[in-house]
Design a protein around this ligand. Structure first.
Ligand SMILES: [Zn+2]
Length: 252
């Protein structure tokens, strides 16, 4: 099993309790993250495309609500929705597709199944100023070695770290090249960089259902290198550090 969890991000401010919708979602509606889905997914009854679209839409909505502080009728929400669809939705979907591609590449059966309860819960708590998403997981079965299992797990976080670097390169090219780009493009690149770096690091936690546990089990060296890259992207390349670096490059 390869399960996803996104980080709980700091609260931008709590709205009044009376303003909170979706309060009827109870914790009992949430499928246990450790419980495998019905065997039916391995008997021709899986619809991966629909499940992925659901996870994409749900996590996009949750992040946009969190980011616009639950104010659905603001211009900020529309901008947040567009940026979230590209940044947050894609970060999750490409992460999951990477697991599935590598698993199928090793001849395993693999399907993505969205976690409806967690998607609803993540949308509900986004109104509370908390972002937490576990949109679903790729489930696979078939004979796999520890190395193959480790590489299937690594594919997800590695995809997010790759996306983070890609967003950072685009952002740097725009700033260094003095290219006239609208503000939302700069925001998209900056958020895309931060979100993917954080998601990559978070999923490398070496415990429980996280990808990191399987990577560490296969190769402590690969685990260490991946976590090292993720820490540099997340904590060393702060906004201040990136600003100084760009200033220095521009001054050359
Ligand atoms: Zn994963």
């Amino acid at each position: 099993m390869t399960s996803e969890l996104a980080a709980i991000l700091p609260s931008p401010g709590l709205p009044e309790p009376a303003d909170l919708p979706f309060r009827k979602v109870s914790i009992t509606d949430v499928r246990n993250l450790f419980t495998p889905p019905d065997e039916a997914i391995f008997h021709g009854q899986a619809n991966d495309t629909f499940e992925l679209l659901k996870a994409w839409a749900g996590s996009t909505l949750a992040f946009a609500i969190y980011w616009s502080r639950g104010n659905l009728f603001s211009q900020r929400f529309l901008t947040a929705l567009v940026i979230s669809a590209v940044v947050c939705g894609l970060a999750f979907i490409l992460h999951e597709l990477a697991h599935r591609i590598v698993a199928r590449g090793y001849g395993a059966e693999a399907h993505f199944v969205a976690n409806n309860g967690m998607l609803l819960l993540s949308i509900a708590i986004a109104f509370l100023g908390v972002f937490f998403a576990a949109p679903g997981a790729v489930w696979h079965r078939g004979y796999l070695t520890t190395r193959q299992g480790g590489l299937i797990a690594l594919a997800g976080p590695a995809t997010n770290l790759g996306l983070a670097v890609l967003f950072l390169i685009v952002l740097s090219v725009i700033l260094i090249g003095g290219i006239a780009a609208p503000d939302w493009v700069l925001t998209l690149c900056a958020v895309g960089f931060r979100f993917n770096a954080w998601l990559g690091l978070f999923n490398m936690i070496p415990a429980g259902p996280f990808d990191g546990a399987k990577v560490l089990n296969w190769s402590p060296l690969v685990f260490g290198i991946t976590v090292g890259i993720a820490i540099v992207l997340t904590f060393v390349l702060t906004d201040a550090a990136l600003g100084s670096l760009l200033q220095w490059i521009l001054g050359l």
